[in-house]
Design a protein around this ligand. Structure first.
Ligand code: MCN
Ligand code: CUM
Length: 801
C-alpha cells in the first residue's frame, strides 16, 4: 500500500500526538486513580474551617443578629456578619455586570439561601453547629418570584439599597432595526408567533465551590486556592475590592471537578474566607455543601421569550421580532461582555438568512438567587438557539412546509460568507445544508416519516425533532469584548528546555475539558516535539501568563490560538539556531515536522531538539540565549461552529412518558485537535441537554422557597437514563482566522440539544394542535397537554404541595 505525502505527514503527526490524534487524556491518569488535587484536598498547617449561615426566607428585613451563643461554643474563632464586613467596606461587592451584590446581608435578605453570617472554627462540624446557634430576627416581606410580579405597580422594591432604584427593572436593552422589522411584518403573508419560558437550570458540577485562603502576616502575601474558572480576574478583583497590592496576591485554581459556568462568578464564600484569613492570620477553608451550591450559586436561564416571524408563503423568512424578560434574581451578577445586557442572545438566527430583526430585552430583579450565568453556553446563546429552533419549527408547521426543507431553504448559503447576521454579528464560515443532509441521511428521515404515519394509525405517537445551532465562541476580539473594561484576549507561555522537553502555560483554566492533553498536541503540531514531552500547567497566577479564563468555549479559539502563535515564535528562533548549526543562511532552511533541513540538500538537517540544545550551548553571536516566549492573542473574530441535532422519540399518550429512540449529532467545529475529546464534549453536552429538556426542575414556590435544592428533586441523568448518541464528524469547515482552523466545541451540544428533544416531543403530539410545552417535559406536563389539548407553561410559582 502506498501513502501520499499528506497521508504520511498526518501519520507522522499522529505518532507524536499532534493535531487529529485521539491521544488519551493525560490528566485522567491522576483523576482515575483518585489522585487529583482539588480545593478540598488542600490542607495547610493551622487551617481553620468556615461555614455559612444562609437565610431561610426569600425576602425579609433583618432586625437583629445575635452571635453570642455561637461565640460561646468551644472551637469557634470568629463569626463574621454583614455589620463587621461593612466596617471594612466589604458588606457589598461589585458584580461582573456593573451591579452590586451583598457579601453578607446587612439590611435585608433578598433570596432564600442568601449568605447572612459565617463561622470560622476548628473544624467544619463545630462551624456548622455554631451557625445554628446564631439568632437572626427576621421581619418577612412580600416575595417576588417572577418578572410579572416584579413589574406590578405595587411591587415592593427589592433593591432599595440602590440609590435611585425606584422599581425592579434592571435594564431595558434593544438591538436590531425596529422600523425595518415593522416593514417586513407589513409584507408578510403569514405571521407565526410563539411564547415560552426557558426555566432556571443549574450547572451542578460534582465538585461544589470552595476556597482555602492563606494570609501570611510575615510575608504579607495572600494565597487563595479556589474553584475558579478565571484566576487572573479573581486576582484583579481581590486587589481592587480588598485593596491589597496585586503582586501580593496569588490565586491558584487547582484541579476542578466540573465548572460548566458555575465557577465563573465571585461568591461571598470566597470573600469571607479571605477576610477571615486576614483577620485571624491563619488559613481558612470554605467548602460549600450541595444544597448551598444548588440554591445560591450560578443559576442560568429563567427567561420568558416572545417572538414573531414574518413569513412569505413560499417559506422565506422576511423578518423576526423577539422580546425577552429575564429573571435575574436579587443581584444582577451575570458574567458577560460589558456592553451586552442580555449576553449574546442576539446571536439568534445567525445561521439563517434573515434580512431584518429586532430584539428587545428587559431584566428584572426577583427574590431568587442571582441568575443568568451562562450554564454551558456562550453568554445566553442557549436561550437564543432554543427559541430560534422552537420558532422555526412553529413557523414551518404554520406554513405547512417540511421542517427540514424550511431550514434548508432559509440557511445562509456556503458561498455567502462573510455574512452579517440580522442582529449585528459577522459569521465567517460554515456548511449548514451539508450538516443537515448528513443528519437526515443518518436518521433515515424519509423512512421515519412513513414509519411515523404508520404508527399513528395504530395509536402510537412517534416524533422527530431537528435543532441546529451556531454559537459565537471565543470572546474577544478586544475591540468589541470586555468585562468591566478588561479587554478579552488570551495568552500562552512556552519554555523549551535544553533537552527538547517543554512546559506550556496558558491564561485559560480547564475544569475537565482536557487542556493538558490538547494544548500539548498543538505544540506538537507546530514544533514536532512529541506531546508526551510537553507538560501543561494552568491556573496559578504566579506562573501562568495573564488570561481571562475559561468559559464561553473560548479556550481553543483564544488561548489555543495563542499556543499555536507562541510555538511559531519558538520555531522562528529555532530556525535561526538551525541555520547557525547547518552553517547556511536562514533563507536556505526549510521546515518539516520536527526538523529543519537545507533546501538544496534535504538529507542535511537538525531536529528541533538539537536546536533546543543549541539555544543553551551553541547560539550564534549576539543571540539572546534560551528558547522561551509568550504570546498574547487577540482574535480577529469569534469562531462559529455549527451543529445539527436530530432526535426521534416515542410518547406514551396514556402516561406522557417519552423515550428517546435515536439521537444523531452532526458537529462542525472546524479542525479537531483531539477527536476523542471533542466527542466527549459533545456527549456530555447532549446529556445535559437531555437532562434540561426532560427532568431537571428547579422552581420556586410563591414564598420563594427553592424547590430543587437537592439531587432528589433536581435530577442528574445516570447512564441508565442517558440515551445513546450517534456522532458524525465528516463535515469540517476550518475557521478561516484561527491559526490551526479550530472552532470552539465545549458548549455546542448543550446549546443546541434541548430544542431537538422538545421539537421531537412536539412533533409526536402535533395532531393535538398544541404549540408549546415548557421544559422540563415531565410526563405530567406531556400528559396534560395531550389529554386537555392545551399548552403547558412551567413558569413559577409552581406549587409542589
Ligand atoms: N477541542 C478540540 N478541537 C476543537 C475544539 C476543542 O480538540 N476544534 C478540545 C479543546 O482543546 C478542549 C475541549 O475540546 O480540550 C473543549 O474546548 P473548547 O471548546 O475550547 O472549550 P473550553 O476548553 O474553553 O471549555 C469551556 C467549555 C465551557 S464554557 C463549559 S461551560 C464546559 C465545557 O467546556 N464545561 C465543562 N465542557 C466541559 N467539560 C468538562 N469535562 N467539564 C466542564 O466543566
Ligand atoms: Cu457558559 S458556561 Mo461555560 O462558559 O463556563
Amino acid at each position: 500500500m502506498t501513502t501520499t505525502a499528506d497521508e504520511s505527514r498526518a501519520l507522522d503527526e499522529i505518532k507524536i500526538g499532534g493535531l487529529g490524534s485521539s491521544r488519551k487524556r493525560v490528566e485522567d491518569d491522576r483523576f482515575i486513580r483518585g489522585k487529583g488535587n482539588y480545593t478540598d484536598d488542600i490542607v495547610l498547617p493551622g487551617m481553620l474551617h468556615m461555614e455559612i449561615l444562609r437565610s431561610p426566607l426569600a425576602h425579609a428585613r433583618i432586625k437583629s443578629i445575635d452571635t453570642s451563643r455561637a461565640y460561646a461554643i468551644p472551637g469557634v474563632h470568629l463569626v463574621l456578619t454583614g455589620e463587621m464586613m461593612a466596617t471594612r467596606n466589604l458588606a457589598w461587592m461589585p458584580t461582573l455586570s456593573y451591579d452590586t451584590q451583598a457579601v453578607l446581608a446587612t439590611d435585608k435578605v433578598r433570596f432564600q439561601g442568601q449568605e447572612v453570617a459565617c463561622v470560622i472554627a476548628d473544624d467544619p462540624y463545630i462551624a456548622k453547629d455554631a451557625c445554628e446557634a446564631i439568632e437572626v430576627d427576621y421581619e418577612p416581606l412580600p416575595v417576588i418570584v417572577s418578572p410579572w410580579q416584579g413589574l406590578a405597580p405595587d411591587a415592593p422594591v427589592i433593591r432599595d439599597d440602590k440609590v435611585g432604584q425606584a422599581d425592579n427593572v434592571i435594564y431595558n436593552w434593544e438591538v436590531g432595526d425596529e422600523a425595518g422589522t415593522d416593514r417586513a411584518f407589513e409584507q408578510a403573508d403569514v405571521i407565526s408567533k410563539l411564547e415560552l419560558h426557558y426555566p432556571r437550570s443549574h450547572p451542578s458540577p460534582i465538585e461544589c465551590c470552595g476556597s482555602v485562603a492563606d494570609f501570611n502576616r510575615a510575608t504579607s502575601r495572600l494565597t487563595v486556592y479556589m474553584t475558579t474558572q478565571a484566576p487572573h480576574i479573581i486576582r484583579a478583583a481581590v486587589a481592587m475590592v480588598a485593596e491589597l497590592p496585586e503582586q501580593m496576591i496569588r490565586i491558584v485554581s487547582p484541579d476542578i471537578g466540573g465548572g460548566f459556568g458555575n465557577k465563573v462568578p465571585i461568591y461571598p464564600g470566597y470573600v469571607c474566607s479571605i477576610l477571615a484569613s486576614i483577620l485571624l492570620e491563619r488559613p481558612v477553608k470554605w467548602i460549600e455543601d450541595k444544597t448551598g451550591n444548588l440554591i445560591s450559586t450560578g443559576f442560568a436561564r429563567d427567561v420568558y421569550l416572545k417572538g414573531e416571524m414574518a413569513l412569505r408563503k413560499d417559506g422565506k423568512i422576511l423578518g423576526v421580532r423577539m422580546h425577552t424578560d429575564a429573571d435575574h434574581g436579587a443581584f444582577f451578577s451575570d458574567a458577560q461582555p460589558s456592553k451586552f445586557k442580555i449576553g449574546l442572545m442576539h446571536s439568534a438566527f445567525a445561521a439563517y438568512d434573515v434580512p431584518v430583526a429586532h430584539l428587545t430585552a428587559r431584566g428584572v430583579y426577583t427574590n431568587k438567587a442571582p441568575g443568568g450565568v451562562a450554564y454551558r453556553c456562550s453568554f445566553r446563546v442557549t436561550e437564543a438557539m432554543f427559541f430560534q429552533e422552537r420558532m422555526v419549527q412553529a413557523a414551518a408547521s404554520d406554513l405547512g412546509i417540511d421542517q427540514a426543507e424550511f431550514r434548508r431553504m432559509n440557511f445562509v448559503r456556503d458561498d455567502a460568507f462573510p455574512h452579517r447576521t440580522p442582529l449585528g454579528f459577522l459569521t465567517d464560515s460554515g456548511q449548514y445544508a451539508k450538516c443537515l443532509d448528513v443528519g437526515l441521511k443518518a436518521i433515515g428521515y424519509e423512512n421515519f416519516r412513513e414509519e411515523q404515519a404508520e404508527a399513528r394509525k395504530r395509536g402510537r405517537l412517534l416524533g422527530l425533532g431537528i435543532s441546529t445551532m451556531t454559537e459565537p465562541l471565543g470572546a474577544g476580539n478586544s475591540r468589541e469584548y470586555d468585562i468591566l473594561g478588561i479587554k478579552m484576549f488570551d495568552s500562552a507561555d512556552l519554555k523549551v528546555h535544553m533537552t527538547g522537553k517543554a512546559i506550556l502555560r496558558t491564561g485559560a483554566k480547564s475544569q475537565g475539558q482536557g487542556h493538558e492533553t490538547t494544548w500539548a498536541q498543538i505544540v506538537a503540531h507546530e514544533l514536532g516535539i512529541p506531546a508526551d514531552d510537553i507538560i501543561v500547567e494552568e491556573g496559578d497566577t504566579d506562573t501562568a501568563p495573564f488570561g481571562m479564563g475559561t468559559y464561553a468555549s473560548r479556550s481553543t479559539p483564544v488561548a489555543g490560538a495563542a499556543v499555536a502563535m507562541v510555538s511559531r515564535k519558538i520555531r522562528a528562533k529555532a530556525r535561526k539556531l538551525a541555520a547557525h548549526l547547518l552553517e547556511v543562511s536562514e533563507e536556505d532552511v526549510e521546515w518539516e515536522l520536527g526538523r529543519f533541513y537545507v533546501r538544496s540538500s534535504p538529507q542535511r538537517g537538525v531536529s528541533i531538539q538539537e536546536c533546543a540544545m543549541a539555544a543553551y550551548s551553541n547560539m550564534p553571536d549576539g543571540m539572546e540565549p534560551g528558547l522561551e516566549n509568550t504570546a498574547y492573542y487577540d482574535p480577529p473574530n469569534l469562531t462559529w461552529p455549527f451543529a445539527v441535532y436530530i432526535v426521534t422519540v416515542e410518547v406514551d399518550p396514556a402516561t406522557g412518558v417519552w423515550d428517546v429512540l435515536r439521537m444523531v449529532a452532526v458537529d462542525d467545529c472546524g479542525v479537531r485537535i483531539n477527536p476523542m475529546i471533542v466527542e466527549g464534549q459533545i456527549m456530555g453536552g447532549l446529556t445535559e441537554a437531555y437532562a434540561m429538556s426532560s427532568m431537571q426542575f428547579i422552581t420556586f414556590d410563591a414564598d420563594g422557597n427553592c424547590v430543587g435544592s437537592n439531587y432528589m428533586d433536581y435530577l442528574l441523568p445516570s447512564a441508565w437514563e442517558t440515551p445513546g448518541y450517534e456522532l458524525h464528524s465528516e463535515v469540517v469547515t476550518p475557521c478561516p482566522h484561527h491559526p490551526i482552523g479550530a472552532k470552539g466545541i465545549g458548549e455546542c451540544a448543550a446549546v443546541g440539544g434541548p430544542a431537538a428533544f422538545v421539537n421531537a416531543v412536539m412533533d409526536a403530539v402535533s395532531d393535538t394542535g398544541i404549540r408549546n410545552i415548557d421544559m422540563p417535559l415531565l410526563p405530567d406536563r406531556v400528559w396534560e397537554a395531550i389529554t386537555y389539548r392545551r399548552d403547558v407553561s412551567g413558569a413559577p410559582p409552581v406549587r409542589q404541595d
